[in-house]
Write a protein that binds this ligand. Structure first.
Ligand code: ZN
Ligand code: ZN
Length: 168
C-alpha cells in the first residue's frame, strides 16, 4: 500500500517505540496499520476503548454517546476515519450490516414475491422476518408428504414387493 502514514499515538509514551496509526487510502478510508482482529476491526487500547475506530473517533471527534456503536458507513471495518463513522444503536447497526437477518430485513418481498407487509410477516426467534404465505405452503407440502408416507395401501404394496424380491 502506498500513501502517507499518520500517527495517532503521538502523545503516548510509546510514540517513538511503537507508533500506531493509519494510512490514507484512495477511497478516503483511513486504514489501521496496527493489529486487527479476525473480524477486521483494528485494535488499539487507548482513550478508554479497545477498538481502533472507537479510540480514533474519541480522539479526533469527541465522545461516543452511551450505549451506541459506531457504524462504518464505508463498510470497511479496518477504517478509522471518523467521517466514515456514525454512532447508531446496536440494532440499527445490525440491520444496516450484511448479516443474514440484515439483508432479509431490507427486502420488501420474499423470494417467492409475497409482500413483507404487516399481515404476511412473521418474526421468528432469531428476529428474522419470515413470509407467512411461504410457511403455510411449506406446512401444506409437509402434511401431503406425511399422508403419502403413511398410506396403508402403499405400505402393503411395498411390503409384498419386498417379500417377492426376497424369495426370488
Ligand atoms: Zn472508511
Ligand atoms: Zn413468501
Amino acid at each position: 500500500m502506498t500513501g502517507v502514514f499518520v500517527q495517532l499515538n503521538t502523545a503516548s509514551h510509546m510514540a517513538k517505540t511503537r507508533p500506531v496509526g493509519y494510512m490514507i487510502a484512495e477511497n478516503g478510508c483511513w486504514l489501521w496499520t496496527g493489529c486487527t482482529e479476525h473480524n477486521g476491526y483494528g485494535q488499539w487500547r487507548a482513550h478508554g476503548e479497545k477498538w481502533a475506530h472507537r479510540a480514533a473517533y474519541r480522539l479526533l471527534k469527541g465522545p461516543i454517546p452511551d450505549g451506541l456503536t459506531l457504524d462504518h458507513l464505508c463498510r470497511n471495518p479496518g477504517c478509522v476515519n471518523p467521517h466514515h463513522l456514525e454512532p447508531v444503536t446496536h440494532r440499527e447497526n445490525v440491520l444496516r450490516g450484511e448479516g443474514f437477518c440484515a439483508r432479509k430485513a431490507r427486502q420488501t418481498h420474499c423470494i417467492r414475491s409475497h409482500p413483507f407487509d404487516a399481515e404476511n410477516t412473521y418474526i421468528d426467534k432469531r428476529g428474522c422476518r419470515q413470509c407467512r404465505a411461504c410457511i403455510r405452503a411449506k406446512n401444506r407440502r409437509r402434511a401431503k408428504n406425511r399422508r403419502r408416507a403413511y398410506s396403508p395401501e402403499k405400505r402393503a404394496a411395498q411390503y409384498t414387493k419386498g417379500k417377492a424380491r426376497a424369495t426370488r
